[in-house]
Ligand binder design. Structure first.
Ligand code: DGJ
Length: 721
């Protein structure tokens, strides 16, 4: 996977579909030589072209053609000639610039873990690592760049460790990676949005200047995702060059792309420096989060498959990573805070009768929590609501033949809670300034060890007290009111220290409860990122449960996240977020594009709706393997229609879904071509009671029914004959 040409000091990292080439120049500067379609060879005769560029400063008066400003660099600081967005900034007695020069390198099979942070992993036959030490003599700072190449999975990971020597240094910025590409004709793809409208696939033409997305909310957020892709502007689903950068991190981040006057492009991703500082003592070190890089010549389907596959095999961990997920019912939209034990058991009974496998008790089971104004932090069952306690309730649910799951929001505290009354100093706050509220709640200070220990023990106590098979880990506000100093740490260390605390809590709980299936949530997809996926292999994609609203949310989420991780529920109508009334069939068909669940009062539904839901559950069980582990294809899309198909490993089952949003007068017929089938095989669909050839479905396609109804959808399941 890594070719090393010693005389030219060239490192050629080879993935299945791309090459990534680095070189150490004679003056020991580390430069980037190539990232793109895989090549087998790179000759040492392939030299950098040096030109004298006006106003590009030169490190030596002897050579006007040599400038940091014009070289493709791998990890650069400002101050000595490079005027582009830097990867690292420090301040210390010796000034602010770093002149990083090659000192040593190491190559080995496998990949080290990142201390305290989520990161990708792989066996020695899947990944090889290159470490390069860069050293700045004046400040005695060493930056070790880590490159791990996953050949088969088509991914390169990058991170940096910054080590001090004899002097203390303040880190002002430490990105996980920057990279210089030699041209600038790109369409920039990001996932943006807002609460209830997460992960909108956003396309922005790259022009002169800089485009960036990021968060300073203390979470990756509803509105931004730690992901950026640079695509050939004419890339399609099937072809076109696309570069992607992602960050395995859940807190403040930045992802940017910057073009230069000389028409090169710098891409970078890492911790957001706007709210980041880190004081390093002498002989200290700092580990950046991990960046993921990939390149595909195979268009957006190539991007999606590589990303989904990598997330499934090299980020998500534990017993559930490769296991079919249970179909769940969640009581949130069915009852909100107003439930009794009897009501819950009744709901579970109806769900069990419909074939649903897991009951999730959402918010409201603890303390005096009958509204969202109190009790966060008091993780003690409410015996008024649950006379048999959690263990009794779990037993009753288990006796029905269902697993039992529970909602938590451990990072938060209500002012009206025993926890706050006992530990008012545990919240994030600025002494002398009043709190800033959001949903009337405050955030616990996870940069404090004792707070994290409390969370570990209080959540553990509940998980040990009853047979709990699943946890929904929620987080319903963003972080404000950062104190000036926190136990001798500088103010802007706070956000990262919070994340390190949270990751320690999650790691400990993962280890203590390896059987539990964790689902992350932050008011839906407010922290749906690869950092969380490392601890929790599925995520509640959005609080917006409207089938039509879900189409773009799930499509954006599915651009990079595996379908198995996308929590998708059927809810009641009129929909609680949009007021829209959609047919149950469409709600089912859309939710079946992800990890299916239900979130409505089944008990209150008429018999024929229960029968329909029972059929949906049965159907999903028959296609679950294909949807959760198969290949996902986006098909023809218009402003008014969405279409997808999933294909299982041996192409014997194909799940096709089409949704039309609005009925239109004299609407043209819609023809949709399927993808990924066995061309010569025959496929039978029970829904159509018809058989077609694979090549026919892929090249001629199917004509969608001409139905004059809003929110119409179909699901056809094809079986190879
Ligand atoms: C926000 C979540 O996204 C919802 O699903 C629900 O769990 C509520 N929080 C409960 O407060």
């Amino acid at each position: 996977m890594i070719d090393y040409q010693e005389t030219a000091l060239l490192f050629h990292l080879k993935a299945k579909r791309f090459s990534y080439i680095l070189q150490i120049l004679d003056n020991k500067l580390l430069v980037h030589r190539y990232f793109g379609k895989r090549v087998e060879h790179f000759s040492p005769d392939n030299k950098i072209t040096y030109l004298d560029r006006a106003f590009s400063p030169n490190p030596t008066s002897k050579d006007r053609t040599f400038s940091l400003d014009t070289l493709p660099l791998e990890y650069s600081s400002n101050g000595l000639g490079d005027f582009r967005t830097s990867a690292i900034e420090v301040t210390c007695e010796k000034g602010t610039a770093l002149d990083l020069r090659y000192q040593a390198h190491r190559m080995y099979k496998g990949k080290p873990a990142l201390s305290g942070l989520p990161a990708s992993f792989g066996d020695e036959d899947q990944v090889e690592t290159l470490e390069i030490d860069l050293y700045d003599e004046l400040t005695d700072v060493t930056v070790t760049l880590f490159y791990s190449i996953f050949e088969e999975a088509n991914y390169l990971t990058r991170s940096a460790v910054i080590k001090t020597g004899s002097q203390a240094v303040k880190l002002e910025k430490a990105l996980s990676m920057t990279l210089d590409l030699p041209h600038k004709q790109f369409m920039v793809h990001t996932l943006t949005g807002r609460y209830g409208y997460e992960k909108e696939w956003t396309k922005t033409p790259l022009t002169q200047g800089k485009y960036s997305v990021g968060s300073i909310r203390g979470a990756s957020s509803h509105s931004r995702t730690p992901f950026i892709a640079l695509a050939d502007p004419i890339a399609t689903e099937e072809q076109g060059d696309i570069y992607t950068a992602q960050l395995v991190y859940s807190g403040n981040f930045t992802a940017f792309v910057e073009t230069t006057a000389l028409q090169t492009t710098r891409l970078g991703i890492g911790l957001n420096d706007e709210k980041f500082r880190w004081q390093l003592a002498a002989n200290d070190s700092f580990q950046t989060p991990e960046a993921l890089l990939s390149f595909t010549p195979n268009g957006f389907t190539g991007l999606t498959w590589d990303s989904q596959h990598f997330a499934r095999h090299h980020i998500a961990r534990g017993k559930w990573a490769h296991k079919e997920r249970p179909i769940l019912i969640n009581n949130w939209e069915a009852t909100y805070f107003h439930f009794t034990e009897n009501k819950i058991v009744e709901l579970a009974q109806s769900a069990r009768d419909a074939g649903i496998e897991l009951f999730v008790l959402d918010d409201g089971w603890f303390g005096k929590r009958n509204s969202d104004t109190c009790s966060l932090g008091d993780w003690v069952e409410n015996r008024d609501k649950l006379p048999s306690g959690l263990s009794g309730l779990a037993r009753k649910i288990n006796e029905l033949g269902m697993a039992f799951g529970l909602w938590f929001e451990p990072e938060m505290v209500s002012e009206d809670s025993d926890l706050y009354r006992a530990h008012p100093d545990w919240v994030i706050q600025i002494k002398g300034r009043s709190h800033t509220y959001s949903r009337e709640q405050l955030v616990l200070d996870l940069s404090k060890e004792e707070v994290c220990d409390y969370l570990i023990e209080s959540v553990s106590a509940i998980l040990q007290s009853a047979n709990i098979a699943y946890v929904k880990w929620d987080m319903n506000r963003n972080i404000t009111n950062i104190p000036e100093y926190q136990a001798n740490h500088q103010k802007n260390e706070f956000y990262h220290r919070y994340m390190l605390g949270l990751y320690r809590v999650l790691e400990t709980l993962n280890k203590r409860f390896p059987e539990v299936l964790f689902e992350s949530c932050s008011g839906g997809g407010g922290r749906n990122d690869l950092g969380m996926l490392y601890y929790m292999p599925q995520a509640w994609a959005s609080d917006n449960t409207d089938a039509i609203g879900r189409l773009s949310i799930q499509e954006g989420t599915g651009l990079i996240f595996p379908s198995i991780s996308v929590g998708a529920h059927v809810s009641a109508v009129p929909n609680h977020q949009t007021g829209r009334v959609t047919p149950l069939s469409t709600r089912g068909n859309v939710a079946m594009l992800g990890n299916l669940g239900y979130e409505l009062d089944l008990h209150a539904l008429p018999e024929h709706k229960i029968t329909e839901i029972t059929e949906q559950v049965k159907t999903y069980k028959s296609i679950r393997q294909t949807v959760q582990f198969g290949d996902y294809y986006r098909l023809k899309k218009t402003d008014n229609t969405y279409a997808y198909n999933y294909v299982n490993d041996d192409k014997s089952q194909v799940v096709f879904t089409f949704v039309k949003i609005l009925s239109q007068p004299e609407a043209p017929l819609v023809q949709v071509k399927l993808r990924g089938l066995d061309a010569s095989a025959q496929y039978y669909s029970k829904e159509l009671d018809a058989t077609f050839y694979g090549d026919e479905l892929m090249n001629i396609g199917l004509t969608m029914p001409h139905v004059q109804k809003d929110y119409f959808s179909v699901q056809y399941i094809f079986h190879k004959q």
